[in-house]
Design a protein around this ligand. Structure first.
Ligand SMILES: C[S@@+](CC[C@H](N)C(=O)[O-])C[C@H]1O[C@@H](n2cnc3c(N)ncnc32)[C@H](O)[C@@H]1O
Length: 227
C-alpha cells in the first residue's frame, strides 16, 4: 500500500508531519471506516481534508498528553475517534473503546480486526464499565457536556485518574453550567491543549483535563494553561 496523494496533500495543507508507517495505518483506518460508512452511518468526514482537519487534528493534540503504559478508555467512540487514531499514533499505550449502540460497536470491532490493533471494543455504556475496570485516562470527543461526564464518573473516581475531554469553543459555557450545578465542587479542571480549528481566526479547540481535588494533578506533558 502506498500513501494516497490526496491524503499526503491534506497533511501538507494542514502542516502535519507524520511518519510514513503511521500515516499508512491512519489511511487504512479512514478507508476502512469509509467503506463501512456506506452501510451504517458512522461519519460525515468522508474527505481527506475533513479527516485530517477535524479528526486527525484532535487526535494529534491528544496523543502526546498520554504517558507510556497508560490504559485509556475512549468513551462514546462512535466512528473510532479519538480511540483508533490514538492506538495507531501511540502503540505504547493500551486503548479500549466503549460504544453504547451495539451496531456501531460491532463495526468498530470489524475495523480494529481489519487493522490488527490490540484494542478491545465494549458494546456498553462507558460509565458502566468504570464500575469494574480501571483506566488511567477516560478520553472522549463529542459525546456529552462537562456536566454529563462529571456525573457519569462521579461514583467511580477510584477507578479513573483523569478525564481528557476534547471540546470546541462552547467549552466555557459548559464549564459555567457544570460549576453552576455544583458537579465540579470536588474536581479540578485545566486546559492542557488549545489549538486553532481553522474554521475562522477565533475558533479554537481545547483538551480539558479533569481530576479529583486532593489528588496531585495527573502527569501531562503540556505547558501550563489555566482553565
Ligand atoms: C456524536 S458521536 C461521537 C463519535 C466520536 N467520538 C467522534 O468524536 O466523532 C457520540 C457517540 O457516543 C455514543 N455514546 C453516547 N453516550 C455513550 C455512553 N454513555 N457510553 C458509550 N457510548 C456512548 C453514541 O452512541 C455515539 O456513537
Amino acid at each position: 500500500m502506498s500513501l494516497d496523494p490526496d491524503f499526503a496533500a491534506a497533511l501538507a495543507a494542514h502542516s502535519m508531519e507524520i511518519d510514513e508507517d503511521i500515516a499508512l495505518r491512519l489511511q487504512q483506518y479512514a478507508q476502512t471506516l469509509w467503506k463501512l460508512n456506506e452501510t451504517i452511518n458512522l461519519t460525515r468526514h468522508t474527505t481527506w481534508d475533513l479527516f485530517v482537519g477535524r479528526d486527525l487534528r484532535d487526535c494529534l493534540q491528544l496523543a502526546p498528553l498520554l504517558h507510556e503504559g497508560e490504559e485509556a478508555l475512549d468513551l462514546g467512540s462512535g466512528n473510532g475517534v479519538p480511540g483508533i487514531p490514538l492506538a495507531i499514533l501511540r502503540p505504547d499505550i493500551e486503548v479500549a473503546l466503549a460504544e453504547s449502540v451495539a451496531k456501531r460497536a460491532k463495526v468498530l470491532g470489524e475495523i480494529v480486526t481489519e487493522l490488527g490493533l490490540p484494542v478491545p471494543v465494549y458494546a456498553a455504556r462507558g460509565e458502566d464499565l468504570l464500575e469494574d475496570f480501571r483506566f488511567s485516562s477516560v478520553v472522549s470527543r463529542a459525546v456529552g457536556s462537562i456536566t454529563k461526564f462529571c456525573r457519569w464518573v462521579e461514583p467511580n473516581w477510584s477507578n479513573v485518574d483523569r478525564l481528557l475531554l476534547i471540546k470546541g469553543p462552547k467549552w466555557v459555557e459548559e464549564r459555567g453550567e457544570a460549576r453552576h450545578l455544583g458537579v465540579m465542587s470536588n474536581l479540578q479542571i485545566r486546559r492542557v491543549a488549545e489549538y486553532p480549528l481553522g474554521d475562522d481566526a477565533e475558533s479554537v479547540g481545547v483538551i480539558l483535563q479533569i481530576w479529583p481535588k486532593g489528588r496531585p494533578e495527573p502527569n501531562s506533558s503540556s505547558p501550563e494553561i489555566s482553565a
